[in-house]
Write a protein that binds this ligand. Structure first.
Ligand code: G6P
Length: 604
């Protein structure tokens, strides 16, 4: 998804912008660009593809004195990923970068064309810079023109604009897309669409609120709110810890992130699991007073974690639970009653569809909880309460450790609620707590297991489709396994409930249909086995993942004996993650940045 950086200061602006964009790379993008204004002269560069192309184009360009600069990584929405469509977009004397979507761009564009303006790109963004320059002609100063322009925009945006009309300022506006400004002792000012580019450069940051706009110069930060009232920046400390993970010898971040799940989950559990109970210091039990139902809402992998949660909330906490895909929930005029706790799940906390459903729940006066990985993200700031997943920065676009920590949090939450609602005996809770503490061991990657999967993967590079099948919580895991494979191998895969195959998909069964069967020992083993046998009888190629040898399978990945199906869930999760990873590696794909995908989808 698009990323924004900006800088005002004396240092090498180009380097700072490129370094900042590098930190945003993991979000997914298809072109990038920068514009630097120094001594009243603009220098702008754009390139399609990876940042290295932009680095190459800018290699002879440096700035060694005061300059203002903006940069952008673009994930195409309006118009193809071409150089012309890459940001920054130019008017006569100004450049702009933008995240989000301008919904009324077509009408603004038409009026500008009627006025004789020529457009270079197919983007919605370009209208903003031309509209600004049009307004500048009749305005007293650049800020008045900028203010007028912003008031004319509909949609979602985070915008930075630099102009020769006032060549020491960066104008900004935020509405629906994240943006922050950071400062340091050297009086430099940094902008970005998320924390990471600022870490190591800034000590304090101000997160803009929806409706904020203003400008930043060398000495000043001027912010106005949506009611046009000036407000003081609200600075908070930025962690000095350089979170930008290195690959630690792994070929891809995804592999590293699969391997680190054991340590990461230990962090998620830290201080929250005692001998007797689950403690969430961040939660007030009042949040659950008067609650008779939980509604979980999310997208993508987070949706699969939510589906998993729905089984264990009903099973352990005995609370009615429903799950919603955020983009569907938004427009289906849902009935929301105040005895429902609305839970949004999002690794990034910025996914536009999920964020909107959270706003809907707030508007309907529901109590809200967010399960999120990014503190200070939009969702965290909006919700009544938050549980942080503590997964660390996840760089692989295909989510792995975030999913693992989401399910861990949900398991803990189901026991927390079970205690509140007396739905499990203390003895049962203590037993579950013991199991929880075993997750880090269950997700440790054994060399022999990885080697086996690596070897097997070569047989699964073709075929006319994959079915990942499972029952109960292994059904959402099957969905997640199929999603992983699709995302990074570009092979067609579906997740399906094992018992549902006979109601249609079994018609596809032949040796070129690959069934990845999730077959845990401790949950509906016999039932699942029969379903797999039905497929095997019709000659589908079966790869079974189970602790119990299964002679009807063509391939077999043996997992360890676990005490409980929840621990089997975590171990099998690692197996399906590694299987997708190895298939993608063999196909020679860019595992961390798969085509067409973005890490954080901040448009609907
Ligand atoms: C994108 C990512 C997925 C992710 C989904 C939801 O589609 O590519 O990996 O699961 O967004 O993201 P969230 O940050 O809300 O969990």
């Amino acid at each position: 998804m698009c990323g924004i950086v900006g800088y005002i200061g004396q240092k090498n602006t180009k380097e700072i912008l490129l370094e900042g964009l590098k930190e945003l790379e993991y979000r997914g993008y298809d072109s990038a660009g920068i514009a630097v204004l120094s001594d009243g002269v603009f220098s702008s560069f754009k390139a399609t593809g990876k940042l290295i192309n932009l680095e190459e184009k800018t290699k002879d360009f440096t700035t060694d004195k005061f300059a203002v600069g903006i940069g952008h990584t673009r994930w195409a929405t309006h118009g193809k990923p071409t150089e012309l469509n890459a940001h920054p977009h130019v008017g006569e004397n100004s450049y702009i970068v933008h995240n989000g979507i301008i919904e009324n761009y077509a009408e603004l564009k038409k009026a500008l064309i009627d006025d004789g303006v020529t457009f270079l790109s197919q983007t919605d963004t370009e209208v903003i810079v031309h509209q600004f320059e049009k307004n500048l002609k009749d305005a007293d100063d650049a800020f008045s023109a900028f203010k007028k322009t912003i008031a004319e925009l509909e949609g979602a945006y985070a915008v930075l604009l630099v102009t020769k009309a006032e060549n020491n300022k960066i104008f900004f506006a935020k509405h629906g897309s994240p943006m922050l400004v950071g400062i340091n002792a050297q009086d430099e000012k940094y902008f970005a669409s998320s924390d990471t580019p600022l870490i190591g450069h800034c000590t304090d940051v101000n997160y803009f609120e929806d409706g904020d706009y203003g400008y930043v110069s060398h000495g000043d930060i001027l912010i106005f709110n949506k009611n046009n009232q000036q407000k003081q920046p609200h600075f908070v400390k930025l962690s000095a810890n350089k979170l930008s993970a290195q690959k630690d010898g792994y070929c891809f971040f995804m592999e590293k992130e699969i391997y680190e799940q054991s340590n990461i989950i230990a962090d998620t559990l830290l201080g929250r699991v005692t001998e007797k109970e689950i403690i969430f210091e961040e939660l007030d039990t009042k949040l659950f007073e008067g609650i008779n139902e939980i509604k979980l809402c999310a997208c993508g992998t987070s949706y699969h974690a939510a589906l998993t949660a729905s089984y264990i909330f009903e099973r352990y906490s005995k609370i009615k639970t429903s799950v919603e895909i955020a983009s569907e929930f938004r427009y289906r005029e849902p009935i929301m009653t105040k005895d429902t706790l609305f839970v949004a799940i999002s690794q990034s906390g910025e996914t536009a569809d999920t964020l909107e459903t959270l706003k809907m729940a707030k508007e309907a006066s529901l109590k809200t909880l967010v399960i999120c990985n990014v503190d200070n993200s939009s969702m965290v700031r909006l919700a009544d309460a938050t549980i942080l997943m503590r997964a660390g920065v996840e760089k692989g676009v295909a989510s792995t450790k975030a999913f693992a920590t989401q399910v861990t949090v949900f398991w803990m939450l189901s026991l927390y609620l079970a205690k509140l609602k007396n739905s499990l005996t203390q003895e049962e809770i203590v037993h579950q707590l013991e199991l929880l503490r075993a997750i880090p061991t269950s997700v440790k990657v054994e060399n022999s297991m990885h080697e086996r999967i690596k070897r097997l993967s070569k047989r699964y590079l073709h075929g006319h489709g994959f079915f990942f099948i499972g029952r109960d919580i292994f059904f959402p895991l099957a969905l997640e396994g199929a999603l992983k494979l699709k995302e990074i191998s570009y092979l067609h895969a579906e997740g399906y409930p094992s018992g549902e195959m006979k109601h249609g998909p079994i018609a596809l069964a032949d040796p070129e249909l690959f069934t990845i069967a999730l077959l845990p020992e401790h949950l509906l083993y016999e039932k699942s086995k029969s379903n797999i046998e039905e497929l095997s009888a019709r000659d589908s190629t079966i790869c079974a993942i189970s602790p119990i040898a299964f002679e009807k399978a063509d391939d077999f990945i043996q997992t360890k004996k676990q005490k409980d199906y929840m621990l089997e869930f975590f171990e099998i999760m690692v197996v399906v993650q590694l299987l997708s990873f190895e298939i993608s590696m063999r196909l020679g794909n860019d595992v961390d940045m798969p085509r067409n995908l973005a890490k954080s989808v901040t448009v609907e």
